[in-house]
Design a protein around this ligand. Structure first.
Ligand code: GLN
Ligand code: ZN
Length: 762
């Protein structure tokens, strides 16, 4: 039985790659120096994997920006605007950076290619741009060089690549409109050439990933899978077809018939696939069991995994590989360098490097459980699994569980229906037509960030830090008053991140020092760890809200992050369902909402920007998700009286398919991002006759440009054609923390002015 790995994080355990990339982009180091850092990371990561017993080392999981972009370069599928001069059939590293970032140390600037989330992960890939007459040739040598590099170190290399059909599926057709599948034949020739190069390098196995198999596919895409793997059979190399992030059981007949030498399944998200595919495996095929979660931080229960897969392992004998569920790209790198974790939490954790050891332990349990030489080791493994189970049981918070168990339908509903609430809220606040507001954050200036880092390092006292932040808050409120905004915010200067800020104050949520995961390019995130039952020991935002409200008679909006977003942007425990976790967080936020109301904050916003991201890969699973996600939000919002106005905010660009759920959330006001679509996104609300109030963003906060009065007047008028004007609010698309005051003030001035123009007109 082989220990296999699909891919290892490339960033380095101290984010070495990030720092080298950024220094290179700033012109502080040469390309050769960047490449040296990259090379040393690869060799360290291979060494760790080899030591853990991985025999075929993944090559091609390293990327200078993104592995999909590297593949586009390899295939010569690079937009003309980014090419280096005179290089039609070669791609160099700076070209790759120009595609990703719009600029590089050499060559002219050009608009960067789009980037979007890779399936349901928080990893972003660079969307390939393909034209109707796109040709593909091998134009970039990185992966071949890396194969040689691994071989020179004495390793057996297994190149890993996104498969041709998923590559096409994720790409975007540009220029004229055409069917992307018309490019498949050409693309397959290039894949054939790549595989032939690998074969010539002495490679035995290549891993081709087709994650789209976890989706429901139209028949033409299903047929494409078959024709692709039939065509690639020509190459003198064994293909491991890898799938992940979800079940592919709905494509079982198709997949089992493919002429591939091995199949990898994600058995963490879908363990039920095992029996189905094992029964249909051909004699010459290998089955790779993805049993260690590649997307989370928790130590696996190796003992029970071993029991689960033991029958199949015995049946298939040497034809079983054990592996993480997906590439370890989505896990932090190394638990060993964490020095400040509570022992009871540390015990529960396993990062990428530790997950490799778990595979080694699993192998021990599977193949030699009775042999006396490893008996002690086996006992130790079992004991630590049991210790973890005990630690979890001991940490359970009965109060939280009793509260969840006691919930009834009433807890999810406001006292009255929206129309009745609207009347009461209107009487209370007497807001003008088209009330103006912002989404919450105001510029996080270098001064604020510097202050926070000095406070974290202990260089300034908490009192001093808070005093300074109070001054920032006062300044933020003063500026809004001067601008004439109707519903104010305190500005979120005290928050580093909208999830971390709450995570740090919630019971049952922990933090690491170095638990970074790549989000895109050199950008990494460090998600909180939801390890136990979640509760709120004390108010989290009440002091800031009270202080801000004390500065003005105008309504001050309380600002919270919603349960679905907190859950989705954290590493969540796996011993209870996501629905249960969301319910617990919903209760914690509900307590905060009620406390805010009780100190006189009558307008409270519960942000849910990650609401849509949580949607499952298969549409047939959407309803179940939407049901509990909507419920968690409603639970957080429904503890207040009718007069209290609940806002929510979502900044994504697709409401058509979820509008019913959005309406079911029953927020009194929802603010959304609409300026870039020029209000097109409002159509979903219009068609649905969405009854509650809406603030469609009229100011694109992603650019430094100042929107003019006229532009915003036009946008608001467009909105008013779709939604009755009494229901409309006027606000930017999203928070303003990434902008400067020089940008924000004139933009908001114009926003207020545009509103005045329309109030006179309407
Ligand atoms: N209130 C948050 C802010 O203004 C919302 C951020 C978001 O939607 N991502 O920054
Ligand atoms: Zn937003």
């Amino acid at each position: 039985m082989q220990i296999s790995n699909l891919g290892f994080p490339r960033i380095g355990r101290q984010r070495e790659l990030k720092f080298a990339q950024e220094r290179y982009w700033r012109g502080e180091i040469t390309q050769a120096e960047l490449e040296r850092v990259a090379k040393s990371l690869r060799s360290t990561h291979w060494e760790w994997q080899a030591k853990a017993g991985v025999e075929l080392l993944p090559v091609g999981d390293f990327a200078y920006y993104d592995q999909v972009l590297t593949l586009s370069a390899t295939l010569n599928a690079i937009p003309t605007r980014h090419r280096s001069e005179g290089q039609a059939d070669r791609v160099d590293l700076d070209t790759l950076f120009r595609v990703a970032r719009g600029r590089a140390p050499t060559g002219g600037d050009a608009t960067a290619a789009e980037m979007t989330k890779y399936f349901n992960t928080n990893y972003h890939y660079i969307v390939p741009e393909l034209e109707a007459d796109q040709s593909f040739t091998v134009a970039y040598e990185q992966i071949f060089d890396e194969v040689s590099e691994a071989q020179a170190l004495g390793y057996k290399a297994k190149p890993v690549l996104l498969g041709p059909v998923s590559y096409l599926y994720l790409a975007k057709a540009v220029g004229s409109e055409f069917d992307k599948l018309s490019l498949l034949a050409e693309l397959l020739k290039a894949y054939g050439a790549i595989l032939a190069r690998f074969a010539a390098q002495g490679v035995e196995w290549v891993q081709l990933e087709e994650p789209i198999l976890a989706l429901e596919l139209d028949s033409d895409w299903q047929e494409a899978i078959t024709s692709a793997y039939v065509a690639l059979q020509q190459a003198d190399i064994k293909v491991l077809l890898a799938t992940y992030y979800g079940t592919i059981a709905h494509h079982q007949t198709l997949v089992s018939a493919l002429p591939v030498s091995g199949l990898h399944l994600d058995l963490v998200t879908a363990p039920e696939q095992l029996a189905l595919f094992a029964a249909n495996l051909r004699d010459e095929q290998v089955l790779s069991l993805g049993v260690i979660n590649g997307r989370n931080v928790w130590a696996a229960d190796i003992d029970s995994i071993a029991q689960c897969i033991n029958p199949v392992v015995n049946d298939l004998k040497g034809r079983v590989w054990i592996a993480p569920s997906c590439s370890l790209l989505h896990s932090p790198v190394d638990l060993d360098i964490e020095t400040e974790l509570a022992p009871a939490l540390r015990l529960q954790l396993s990062f990428a490097k530790q997950k490799l050891s778990e595979l080694a332990q699993l192998k021990t349990l599977l193949i030699t459980p009775e042999s006396s030489s490893v008996k002690a080791e086996v006992e130790a493994i079992k004991a630590s699994c049991a210790a973890r189970r005990n630690a979890r049981a001991e940490a359970a918070d009965n109060q939280v569980n009793e509260r969840v168990a006691a919930l009834s339908c009433d807890n999810y509903e406001r006292d009255s229906v929206f129309s009745a609430r609207q009347t009461l809220q209107q009487q209370k606040y007497q807001l003008p037509l088209l009330p103006t507001t912002t989404i919450g954050s105001f510029p996080q200036t270098p001064a604020i960030r510097g202050l926070r880092s000095r406070w974290r390092k202990g260089e300034i006292t908490e009192t001093f830090y808070n005093d300074q932040l109070r001054q920032v808050t006062k300044d933020t409120v003063d500026r809004q008053l001067k601008l004439g905004i109707d519903v104010l915010v305190h500005g979120e200067a005290e928050r580093n991140d909208m999830v971390e800020y709450f995570g740090e104050q919630l019971q049952g949520v922990g933090f690491t020092q170095f638990g970074w995961v790549q989000s895109y390019g050199s950008r990494c995130v460090k998600p909180p760890l939801i390890y136990g039952d979640v509760s709120r020991p004390k108010p989290m935002t009440v002091d800031w809200a009270t202080y801000a409200q004390s500065l003005t008679d105008k309504p001050m909006k309380g600002m919270l992050t919603g349960p679905v977003t907190i859950l989705h942007w954290s590493f969540a425990r796996e011993d209870i369902s996501r629905e249960q976790i969301a319910t617990q967080i919903g209760l914690a936020i509900r307590d905060e909402v009620v406390d805010l109301q009780n100190v006189g904050i009558g307008i409270i916003q519960i942000d849910e920007p990650a609401f849509r991201e949580g949607l499952p890969l298969k549409r047939s699973d959407w309803d179940a998700y939407l049901k509990w996600a909507v419920d968690a939000f409603k639970l957080s919002a429904a503890g207040v009286s009718d007069e209290t106005q609940i806002h929510t905010h979502m900044c994504y660009s697709e409401f058509n398919e979820t509008i019913e759920a959005i309406a079911a959330m029953d927020a009194d006001v929802i603010t959304i991002e609409t300026s870039r679509s020029r209000m097109e996104l409002l159509t979903a609300f219009e068609d649905f006759e969405y009854p509650n109030e809406i603030g469609p963003g009229v100011y694109d906060i992603h650019t430094p440009n100042t929107p003019t009065v006229d532009e915003m007047v036009t946008l608001i008028e467009k909105a008013a054609h779709k939604i009755p004007v009494r229901q409309l609010w006027v606000n930017p698309d999203c928070g303003l923390k990434t902008r400067t005051w020089d940008e924000v003030e004139p933009a908001l001035q114009n926003l207020v002015e545009a509103t005045k123009v329309l109030r006179r007109r309407l």
